[in-house]
Design a protein around this ligand. Sequence first.
Ligand code: ZN
Length: 445
Amino acid sequence: MAHHHGRGLSTLQLGTTDDCLETWILSGWGRRPVDDYLMTLYTTMQQIESGTTTVMYNHSTTPSSGLEENVNQVLKGFNEVGMRSAFSVMYRGQNRVVYDDDDKFIASLPTELGDALRAHVARNSISADDYFSLFERLHKEHGADPNGRTRVLLSPANVQWADDGFLERTKEYATRYNTGVHIHLVETMYQKAYGLRRWGRTPATHLGDLGFLGPELSCAHAIWLTDADIDLLAGSGATVCHNASSNLRLKNGVAPVGAMVGRGLNVALGTDSTAINDDDDMIQEMRLVAKLHREPGLDAPAITSHQVLRNATINAAKPTFFHDDIGALEVGRRADAVLLDMTSITEPYMDPDVDPIDALLYRGKAQDVKTVVIDGEVVMRDGRFTRVNKDDVVRELRERLGRPVEAEVLRTRSMAADLMPHVQSFYDGWSTDQGAPHYRFNARS
Ligand SMILES: [Zn+2]
């Protein structure tokens, strides 16, 4: 699982329906806070149920107090279930509301709304210095054991959310601690437009000019890449973490995966916590990827089932910084295995010439996964978790969420709703920066 933000319950379950990323993020501010430990237990069990053994986890909330305790609870959850994680905390240091200076945008709002927003932003931000010292503590405490199941990565949220100084410092820390960097990149057309407006070049080119690209870097989404961007990323050895479902659900488009694979760019698969069936079923996610990237025409390349399986396994292992330890069943690697019962996939008949990987990707579901082994340890046997009791976790979540929605949450929801029209009008005219005012399949110019 090459990109995920945890949360346990889906965003729909927590009250937000799909929307454009730029406004969907604001709706997310009004989601109920739920215990990080419990949520991690739940989300991790759901991932293991469809055969995930390693997750690239990106912690997306940064309260100005209590952050370290929260992330330690998440890591405790991974350890409890036995999941392997490439763990990072996301940093947003600027342009937190729209893709422009926070103070400038807040000053354009009615006073009461601006004051409420200023306080909200302050409550949910940390400084760059605090970020890097938190990284150092987490790396030392959780990520330093080469035989352990945790790696701690760095994560500037995106080029519009972290300034050049932060990006340069991130690169230095990644080199010093020999670890990975996880970033979101051109997830939306507005993010590409930000680069064109701010620097007169695409965000990927800007990162290249800064010397930020490299094999340690993984870029989530990367939908709005140009062909030149694809070559640039491929040449640097970076990875793209593709989230097909999330890209559809948040109105961001279809990533040019055929071109990425064709040009030698390493593509890994994730769900971004926003999978097509509103769960984390990676088998169905692989099916979506296999179907979505079948470009029209006899000569056009179509992604194969085997390629998609590689995207979900060996290619996804690369940016985790477990290196060659994971990603395939081979002597010398850590023993991860997923055992499936193929009965419902092949009953009542399957032609003997059908490739078993085709059969899995055409017809498989999480329910066919029976047993999951991580580092040689059986963490789920015949559908039952060996370390934790899923029913207890579900009961606890049901009880806690059965209480009335907190007053603070209701206030934030109402502020976010008041903000929406202002945010929408901020982006007036931005989509035409692409030269494609309406959606086009694989627009890469
Ligand atoms: Zn994400």
